[in-house]
Design a protein. Structure first.
Length: 407
């Protein structure tokens, strides 16, 4: 039932003729402001005062569209592209520029990936651990010095979030460590009384990526209630699955909501074992064992002569890449020449092409430290993206490794 309102603006409601149906909230309000400006123009409002430039908001529209993981259809790609161009030209708002500076990112080379993995997590960290208003104030701030201070606070919160997340991930893996793959639930449900409510969504996402199955992580919400955050795999609509569980077991879930790939729910702590069993049963109704293998779709392999900067730069400039418009992913076999850990969970490697004529750098993020580095491995099969590495003013080809296994 729709609420009583003077106007309900949703491109997906019945009867709406607006052609772009995948807008994020920032995209919706952007077009509302465009329409409002057009209406005011027709009323003569701008005959005696300047007309506002709505294009000045495109940096925020790009950020919100990518961070909200909406499909990058033709219209959203235009919005994101124009927002990126504004940022690259140095015309972003002070708060956004300050976050990039604190994160040591050159605004002139920013990509949609930076919006999703550099800016988004820092802004979200405020809401996860403290107060979301800090992120909002940073984006709205007009004072560069104040914006820099708030950006540093956001970066500090993001570091705290990473530390909390790593601890929670270790605890979750310990729960699953002794569970044989063949007896692992199709739908994972995990709970720890000490887990942070603001980080369970990231934890569920990490476990989903590792075990390739729908995952729900729960935290204590107080008053005998648990809060859960769910992440899904392609082909399994997680919100509809929760609806099915609620229909079969009306007393298990207190409330839930979400969409195909992510959802949230609340339930009494005492209902957790029964819910975990019911959720696993629902996943088994819809998915087969072969659906839980985490298949990667490759765009093919690259010839030796294609490992060059021109192609890497062309792919970078062909973006923005994102949801439903993924960056090309390639695969191939390489000789593993060097391997070393950087940070805590990233692996820097030196590779040679299969024929040995080309030497390449590569990096894999979030590795399993029980598997890598492995000095006994000489050959590896990779799924990777071709990227440009920039270091001290020099550019070189780098492979961004999505998956690596011994050959």
């Amino acid at each position: 039932q729709l609420p009583q309102a003077d106007a309900i603006i949703n491109p997906n409601q019945p009867g709406c003729a607006f052609p772009s149906k995948s807008l994020a909230g920032v995209g919706v309000i952007f077009y509302v402001l465009m329409a409002l400006r057009a209406r005011l123009r027709s009323l003569g409002r701008y005959e005696t005062q300047p007309q506002p430039n709505i294009g000045e908001l495109l940096d925020l529209v790009a950020l919100g569209s990518v961070a909200d993981v909406v499909p990058l259809d033709a219209n959203n790609r235009i919005l994101v592209h124009q927002g990126l161009e504004r940022i690259r030209a140095g015309r972003a708002r002070p708060g956004l520029k300050a976050i990039l500076e604190v994160a040591r990112r050159d605004h002139r080379r920013i990509t949609s990936t930076d919006l999703g993995f550099i800016l988004g997590p820092r802004l979200n960290a405020a809401g996860r651990l403290d107060d979301m208003s800090l992120g909002i104030e940073c984006l709205l701030c007009e004072d560069e010095a104040l914006a820099q201070d708030m950006a540093q606070q956001l970066d500090d919160l993001n570091q705290d979030r990473k530390s909390i997340e790593q601890g929670m991930q270790r605890e979750a893996l310990a729960q699953l460590k002794d569970l044989p793959v063949e007896s692992m639930p199709y739908g994972l449900c995990l709970f720890d009384a000490d887990w942070h409510q603001g980080v369970i969504g990231i934890l569920a996402s990490r476990l989903k990526e590792r075990y390739h199955r729908p995952t729900i992580a729960f935290a204590d919400a107080g008053d005998g209630m648990l809060k859960g955050s769910a992440r899904s795999v392609p082909g399994f609509h997680i919100r509809d699955a929760l609806d099915a569980v609620a229909a079969r077991h009306p007393q298990l879930i207190s409330k839930f909501g979400g969409h195909a790939m992510a959802a949230g729910l609340s339930l009494p702590e005492g209902n957790f074992p029964a819910f975990a069993e019911a959720f696993d049963e629902e996943v088994r109704r819809q998915l087969r064992e072969e659906d839980l293998t985490g298949r990667l779709l490759s765009d093919g392999s690259l010839a030796v002569e294609e490992f060059h900067l021109d192609l890497a730069k062309a792919l970078r400039h062909a973006g923005p890449w994102g949801q439903h418009f993924p960056e090309p992913l390639f695969h191939g076999v390489f000789q593993l020449v060097e391997q070393r850990v950087v940070g805590e969970r990233h692996l820097k490697v030196v590779l040679k092409s299969e024929c040995g004529s080309v030497r390449l750098d590569g990096i894999a993020f979030g590795i399993d430290r029980e598997v890598w580095p492995n000095p006994t491995v000489r050959w590896v099969e990779l799924a990777y993206k071709l990227d440009v590495n920039e270091f001290r003013g020099n550019e070189s080809v780098q492979l961004m490794i999505a998956h690596m296994e011994p050959r």
